[in-house]
Design a protein around this ligand. Structure first.
Ligand SMILES: Nc1ncnc2c1ncn2[C@@H]1O[C@H](COP(=O)(O)OP(=O)(O)O)[C@@H](O)[C@H]1O
Ligand SMILES: CC(C)(COP(=O)(O)O)[C@@H](O)C(=O)NCCC(=O)O
Ligand SMILES: [Mn+2]
Length: 901
């Protein structure tokens, strides 16, 4: 199966049968399939069970054997550019089999990547296009001989011939304003946590409800690029109502003249420690220290005249610090733009102003200034808002003009887009160069091609130094050995660009090393933009049984605003790292570079943690569930596909040995005793969580079965949260009615699923329900995956007639949730699980990740049972109160609105 580390456009491309529901989403530009050396992969058939020869009827059709096409290179087929006065922005889509989307195999999802290049170094952009083969095999039809590509910005006109001559690409010109608007609308309507307001260094993300078709329009879009465009956007059109020649280029140019600095981010960084009052004339300077002009709302600190102080002091350039000049300039330009924007918004009676363009650079000072100014001049009537993909509005808009892209992308539901931040570019605090180079694999430093190896004026603006282009020796430009990537050798680095919008690392296309982490001082600059790669997973959708009344938030606390919680869980994850790294090491003992990969995983994930400590909103409004998932993604990125594979297998085997006795014991009980024993079994089984420190400590002093027996004997009622009576009433009471169909969201391998959930499933089956066991699509800690569960279930069925009949009849099936996390986000569930939910009247969420960290407060339309053992002291106290303790149990039963008897 393709994983993050098997990038479809660099390595093998798997071609799988498309499930029907995905077919109409497939990119219609035909993928030219190179069948050379094509091979059908053998499927993993379990060996000796009775059920082996039977397909799990009722379960999704067995996956068609994957065909690997080792020679297939053509996977990226769409890209577009915004060729601006300062920067060239490139957006490209890499199609690929998605790996988490279900047991049915890949779908035509893909990834949207964002890159920028300085306009004056267009050759680097063309090198990149060539290197990625973005120009090979596009639609071909439209632009004459070669590939035609949507392009906007002045460069689409200016550089048409250059692209034609060097790459054979025809640029199809698209209107710049239309593109900016299309890009903004797409982002606002489709991407989670795209827009935010900014006050006093704090991001507040705008709720999805305020960004629907109905609520979004009209608004003012102020795109601050080299110059400024001011566009009024309505539901059905837009108009460029104004603009300004004082824009990002002005700041950049003046700053360069006055300070000698050339790099934009350097400039911003410098301004962080500055005092503009040394350069600007403040109201207080005019009225006398400490005095303002309160009658008209001016404090003594208000800037009366940008740069006015210079004349007052009779100063010359040498008298002023570069930092102060930079800050003064930044404020001057930001105020000016905000002022013009506010006046235009007033003129057209608009309340919301979205600011885009690369000038903003997610720079906190710039955003504070603009926000303050809009608030000030509009007397609180208007709001300044910002977009995380600020610089890419035009490029994204151009991309969306492509008919095929439009078809495929704009129709995708919100839940289909998942942003992944795999590689963090800002290293942990205090991580010096020395330490890094001694502990980390050497960064892959590719050779520069002659063309692009220009003397860079400044290191940190030298955004894209490249690249081996096939001339690969094992030694990089610094004479350091390159780290082997298992066939996918390497590439290019962008040594000092610290922002991941340029990184498509999560697609696994780059060497999994720490190319950017080699110079922390360069990397830690003032702006904090963090834009991930957008993954399109067309088969993920909102779970239909979620109750609609309020906006669903899977997480029980808000990592953004709750500092104590955030710090606590960041600490926990940090403390768990050494153990996990150890596990990663032993999981792949024969791999030559396992040590490097494990260390890289450690550094990168810890970088994410540090990043979040410093800038909690760096990745949008992410929750603890996302963080656990990010850890799994990081493991996958460094080619640790399943670090608990052996452990899971062994625990499954042990638990299967005990299953017959357990089932016999259960069968000997009366209805009430049986139900209780089953729930106790689930709760006890949930102790086996290799992701919690508490359980890890237990493992040191006991075998799995000992731990299980002990857990069984201690999970006595009343539980800390105990709705058992309501459940018993519902299932065994005088008015009891059998459930028709139950979805069981399973958690851990071994005793948890085999001695807990499977007996529960069996009980429901015996009472006439259909049962769908839902498990992860991808591994996470020791959670069972859907594929593993199918195998386990067949083995269990070989020991029990009820299970095997149920499989045969289709009453019992396994479905992938589409998730690769120990938690569950019901906004993004596999299509299969959503379909399975159609006539379900009971759902059971099991485990701390799925039932507590996420979804504890989630409300569903049908009856819901949340079962978990709590393996964290603090969480127990929060949920239960001061008496809450480690190993406490939660059995929460919530009758649904639909299915009450
Ligand atoms: N790394 C950078 N290099 C150059 N300019 C940058 C950079 N980051 C932000 N900027 C600012 O962004 C402006 C360009 O914004 P952009 O939206 O790309 O406009 P354009 O399409 O006109 O190039 C520059 O003039 C500068 O003020
Ligand atoms: C990742 C988990 C939510 C998985 O728990 P599960 O769903 O298996 O019950 C859990 O292992 C966890 O919260 N671990 C960190 C907590 C700790 O070590 O205290
Ligand atoms: Mn788990």
């Amino acid at each position: 199966m393709s994983t993050e580390t098997d990038p479809p456009d660099e390595k093998d491309v798997e071609y799988r049968h498309q499930p029907t529901h995905a077919r109409n989403r497939s990119l219609s530009a035909p993928l030219r399939i190179d069948l050379t050396d094509a091979m059908i992969e053998p499927t993993n058939r379990p060996s000796s069970s009775r059920a082996t020869s039977r397909a799990l009827s009722g379960a999704p059709k067995p996956e068609a054997p994957a065909i690997t096409l080792p020679r297939q290179r053509e996977a990226v087929r769409h890209f577009a550019m915004d060729l601006g006065g300062s920067l060239v922005k490139l957006v490209y889509f890499s199609a690929g089999a998605s790996d988490a989307s279900g047991t049915q195999g890949g779908t035509q999802g893909g990834r949207l990547h964002f890159r920028k290049f300085p306009s004056k170094r267009l050759d680097e952009c063309m090198d990149f296009i060539e290197f990625k083969k973005l120009h090979v095999g596009g639609d071909g039809g439209e632009g004459g001989d070669g590939v035609s590509v949507k392009a906007t910005g002045g460069g689409a006109y200016k550089y048409g011939t250059t692209f034609q001559e060097r790459l054979g690409i025809t640029l199809q010109k698209e209107d710049e304003m239309a593109c900016a608007v299309a890009g903004a609308n797409f982002l606002l309507e489709t991407i989670r946590d795209e827009a935010f307001t900014y006050r006093n260094d704090e991001k507040v993300f705008i709720s999805k409800d305020d960004l629907t078709r109905e609520s979004l329009f009209p608004y003012l879009l102020v795109n601050i690029g080299s110059g400024v465009s001011i566009i009024k956007v309505d539901k059905d059109g837009h108009e460029r109502v104004s603009g300004s020649n004082i824009g990002g280029g002005t700041f950049w140019g003046l700053c360069r003249l006055l300070t000698g600095l050339k790099d934009y981010d350097e400039m911003l960084k410098l301004s962080a420690e500055a005092d503009n009052a040394k350069v600007d004339m403040l109201v207080g300077d005019i009225y006398g220290r400490g005095r303002g002009y309160p009658n008209i709302g001016l404090s003594s600190e208000t800037i009366a005249s940008s740069f006015g102080r210079v004349v007052m002091d009779e100063g010359s350039l040498d008298d002023y610090s570069k930092a102060d000049i930079t800050l003064s300039l930044l404020r001057m330009i930001s105020y000016n733009i905000a002022h013009i924007a506010t006046m235009n918004a007033a003129k057209y009676d608009l309340k919301r102003i979205f600011f885009g363009g690369y000038f903003i650079r997610n720079h906190s000072y710039t955003m504070n200034t603009i926000s303050f100014a809009v608030d000030f001049w509009s007397k609180g009537e208007m709001k300044a808002m910002f977009l995380r993909h600020e610089g890419f509005l035009g490029a994204l808009g151009a991309f969306l003009q492509d008919v095929e892209a439009q078809k495929n992308l704009s129709n995708a539901a919100q839940g289909s887009w998942i942003e992944k931040f795999i590689k963090c570019s800002v290293p942990p605090k205090g991580m010096g160069k020395k330490k890094l180079s001694s502990t980390m694999p050497s960064p892959a430093r590719p050779r520069s091609s002659q063309k692009s190896r220009r003397a860079s004026e400044n290191d940190s603006s030298d955004a894209f130094r490249r690249m081996s282009l096939g001339e690969g020796s094992g030694v990089d430009v610094d004479g350091q050995p390159r780290v082997s990537t298992g066939g996918n050798s390497l590439d290019y680095i962008t040594p000092t660009e610290s922002y991941s919008e340029e990184e498509d690392l999560s697609s696994g296309e780059e060497t999994p090393t720490l190319s950017r982490l080699d110079d922390p001082t360069q990397l830690l600059n003032s702006a904090g933009l963090q834009v991930g790669v957008l993954h399109l997973e067309p088969t993920l959708a909102k779970f239909p049984l979620l109750r609609e009344e309020s906006e669903y938030d899977p997480n029980i606390f808000d990592m953004l605003t709750d500092t104590t919680e955030r710090e606590y869980w960041l600490d926990i994850l940090e403390r768990l790292q050494p153990g996990l790294v150890e596990r990663a090491l032993v999981s792949d003992p024969t791999s030559a570079d396992v040590k490097e990969r494990a260390e890289s995983f450690d550094t990168v994930f810890k970088s994410h943690l540090s990043r979040l400590r410093e800038e909690p909103a760096a990745y949008g409004r992410i929750g603890l569930g996302d963080l656990f998932e990010m850890r799994e993604e990081c493991l996958r990125f460094f080619r640790f596909t399943d670090v608990y594979e052996d452990v899971k297998k062994q625990e499954n085997e042990s638990a299967l040995l005990v299953l017959p006795d357990l089932l016999a014991e259960i069968d000997s009980l009366n209805d009430d005793e049986r139900l209780l024993a089953i729930i106790e079994g689930v709760l006890a089984g949930n102790i086996f969580d290799w992701g919690s420190q508490g359980t890890l400590d237990l493992y040191r002093n006991g075998t799995i079965l000992e731990i299980y027996r002990k857990a069984r004997s201690t999970v006595n009622r009343p539980w800390a949260i105990d709705d058992y009576d309501a459940l018993r009433e519902r299932m065994n009471g005088p008015k009891a009615r059998n459930y028709r169909k139950a979805l069981l969201f399973c958690d851990n391998s071994g005793a948890d699923v085999i001695l807990g959930m499977i007996p529960f499933a069996r009980e429901l089956l015996k009472r006439g329900a259909d049962v769908v066991l839902i498990a992860n699509g991808l591994p996470a800690i020791n959670d069972i995956t859907a594929n593993e569960l199918e195998v386990v279930l067949r083995s269990a069925a070989s020991l029990d007639l009820c299970l095997s009949d149920a499989i045969t009849s289709g009453a019992l099936s396994v479905v992938s949730s589409g998730s690769g996390s120990p938690c569950l986000d019901f906004r993004r569930l596999s299509n299969d699980a959503c379909v399975a939910a159609r006539d379900a009247d009971l759902i059971i969420l099991e485990g701390m990740g799925r039932a507590i960290h996420t979804n504890y407060r989630a409300k569903f339309a049908c009856d819901t049972l949340k079962l978990a053992m709590i393996k964290n002291q603090r969480l127990a106290e929060q949920l239960i109160g001061p008496k809450g303790a480690m190993w406490d149990c939660v059995a929460r039963f919530e009758p649904g609105s639909l299915s009450n008897p």
